[in-house]
Design a protein around this ligand. Sequence first.
Ligand SMILES: Nc1nc2c(ncn2[C@@H]2O[C@H](COP(=O)(O)OP(=O)(O)OP(=O)(O)O)[C@@H](O)[C@H]2O)c(=O)[nH]1
Ligand SMILES: [Mg+2]
Length: 420
Amino acid sequence: MIDINEKTEYVILCGVSTDDGDDTEKSLDELKELADTAGAVTVAKVIQNREKVHPGTYIGKGKIEEVSELVARTGATGIICDDELSPAQMKNLSDALDIKVMDRTMLILDIFAQRASTSEGKIQVELAQLQYRSSRLIGTKNLSRLGGGIGTRGPGESKLEEDRRTIRDRISRLKKELENVKSNREITRAGRKRSAIPVVAIVGYTNAGKSTLLNKLTGAGVLEEDKLFATLDPTTRLYVTESGFNLMFTDTVGFIRKLPHHLVDAFRSTLEEAKYSDIILHVVDAANPECYNQMYVVYETLEKLGAGGKTVVTALNKQDIAEDADIKDLHAAKTVKISAKTGEGLDSLVDAIEEEIKNGRVQAEKLLDYKDAGLLGQIRKYGDLEAEEYREDGIFVRFNMPKERALSLGLLAKEEKPVY
Ligand SMILES: Nc1nc2c(ncn2[C@@H]2O[C@H](COP(=O)(O)OP(=O)(O)OP(=O)(O)O)[C@@H](O)[C@H]2O)c(=O)[nH]1
Ligand SMILES: [Mg+2]
């Protein structure tokens, strides 16, 4: 939707490079895509090389002067810093530059606010925004400087002027609402588990093609777009394979480097789709030169969400335009080349998933020696610890986890049986 009352924002992107790699440049390229998605026009990019970020002003004094001149020359209406600024950095920098100062987190929150459509998504975004803003409510002078545009859209708009107390109350109310939605979701999850239809969580970097894949497989009709964070709310669809095997596919929010921690907290229940799934389908944009870094971010995020030990099948997507034919994902149990757009490779992908699910997980019981108690941590990390009893002769456990992992940990006993 185009809002004609909203002025276009012209922004300068600022990053700080603390090593000699070219990561900052790539991160700024991505920041530009985020700015595009939010509807802002990038007029310049500035990188400062510093040993570390300036604690008071993010960039150093000389660089502030340079940016100031650039603002005058380009007519920029704001700057966006590539890291989350502390409240002090944000205040000092906007005082020094006398221009709207934004950061990566604000930008991502803004995109989420524009995109949230379900009540759960809206609550989650509002919660993340309020938590982010509450620590930055320094005074109306700073707030009014924000003007309109990025950072002021979304449900929190009029609330910006409310005092901290009201915001705190609102945060706790939203948390309660979210708890309710969440318990509903958990009931659905429990239902799914009982009905024993395995759940395949489609995860991947934003814009990798997750929704396109779900649509191609199941005709789900989820919005697919060449923009970041097109999907915020999980969509789940049933898929029946040729052999008559049922699978539930869940499409969910994409990952990105420096995903704001307020968002991770607020979206935890959505993001945790991966944790409660039976298998992870990792969609990689194989046509993106950054795909290795993106894969790294995906695994790092999965680890943070407690889904690090799940079996992964990787779909190297966009084969119709990919140039590097030899991309490897060492984390994955299986890797399949596909094009979600043309449908190429989808049959093999579904076969691979079905096979991994059938062979992949076992449920087993075992009596552990007390000296092996360290294995409990491993079971929790890589599987579900379903029962744990401290007996005289050892620790009795019942668990289910990927078979390979259980074998390598020496956990498999006779009672083992496949879960499906
Ligand atoms: N050429 C080509 N483009 C693709 C393919 N799969 C997806 N795309 C395009 O990639 C863009 C992103 O696709 P989405 O399905 O929205 O990606 P997503 O992973 O769901 O992204 P978010 O929801 O934003 O995290 C769209 O413009 C798609 O048309 C493919 O196999 N080949
Ligand atoms: Mg999507």
